[in-house]
Design a protein around this ligand. Structure first.
Ligand SMILES: NC(=O)c1ccc[n+]([C@@H]2O[C@H](COP(=O)([O-])OP(=O)(O)OC[C@H]3O[C@@H](n4cnc5c(N)ncnc54)[C@H](OP(=O)(O)O)[C@@H]3O)[C@@H](O)[C@H]2O)c1
Length: 210
């Protein structure tokens, strides 16, 4: 069974941060980029975020009709190993959602991928393929994106660089986690194109695994 194609999309400040040091969301891009993201959401089969993003931003993860007429709302997927997703999270308001957890959490309707620790992404990929997901959009945050890179699952990396500086060594970045142990752990990218958008720039990379 083929794994879903994984596209990572993030917006970061010019100094490489995703949000304030206390994880409060920041508006990094503008209307043109929002439209691009909503069109991308509409194209894929599923959108995925980590529980850190759900707790920080309470995202809806829907496609806004302001940007896409008659949207096909993709499946929303949250990685939540310890059952912390609030029952009133906005992502439950509209469309289908899947909370992915581990064997030690038993909640009706939740999917368990992995015995302990964190959600096992290779099991998750099989589960999503089984459900017909061919394209998966990973929107964050930095810890989840780091795991997808570390496991060699990322095909495309789209980074919008906004014209602002957030600063602070504790502010989340697009790829947090532990980072590379040595130069063999670096992930090489191929810049395939770029586009000026709003007052920033969108960089489109493919992961160079050759
Ligand atoms: N600018 C942007 O484009 C953008 C987009 C999204 C988010 N953000 C920002 O990013 C911040 C949140 O990022 P974050 O790094 O704190 O959280 P995150 O990546 O959204 O979620 C991380 C959590 O996901 C859970 N998880 C389950 N399985 C995992 C796995 N295999 N690998 C990694 N994590 C797994 C872990 O919690 P458990 O162990 O409890 O499961 C982990 O702590 C917020 O400030 C948000 O505003 C910005």
């Amino acid at each position: 069974m083929m794994k879903p194609k994984v596209i990572v999309n993030v917006a970061m400040s010019a100094d490489g941060k995703l949000a304030l040091p206390d994880r409060t969301e920041v508006k990094i891009s503008g209307e043109e980029d929002f439209k691009r993201v909503h069109e991308l959401r509409n194209r894929v089969d599923a959108i995925l975020v980590g529980i850190g993003t759900v707790l920080a931003d309470d995202p809806k993860l829907t496609v806004k009709e302001r940007f896409v007429e008659e949207p096909d709302h993709p499946l929303k997927v949250v990685l939540d190993s310890n059952g912390r997703t609030p029952e009133d999270a906005q992502l439950f308001d509209k469309g289908e959602s899947l909370i992915i957890t581990t064997e030690h959490i038993d909640k009706e309707g939740w999917i368990r991928c992995g015995e302990d620790g964190r959600v096992d992404l290779s099991i998750l990929m099989k589960e999503l393929s089984k459900r017909g997901v061919e394209e998966l959009l990973v929107e964050g945050g930095g810890e989840v994106i780091s795991s997808f890179f570390k496991e060699g699952l990322v095909d495309e990396f789209k980074v919008y660089v906004g014209s602002l500086v957030i600063g602070g060594k504790d502010a989340p970045t697009p790829v947090d986690g532990e980072g590379a142990d040595d130069i063999d752990g670096l992930i090489n990218l191929k810049l395939v194109d770029y586009e000026l958008m709003d007052d920033g720039i969108l960089l489109n990379y493919e992961v160079d695994d050759g």
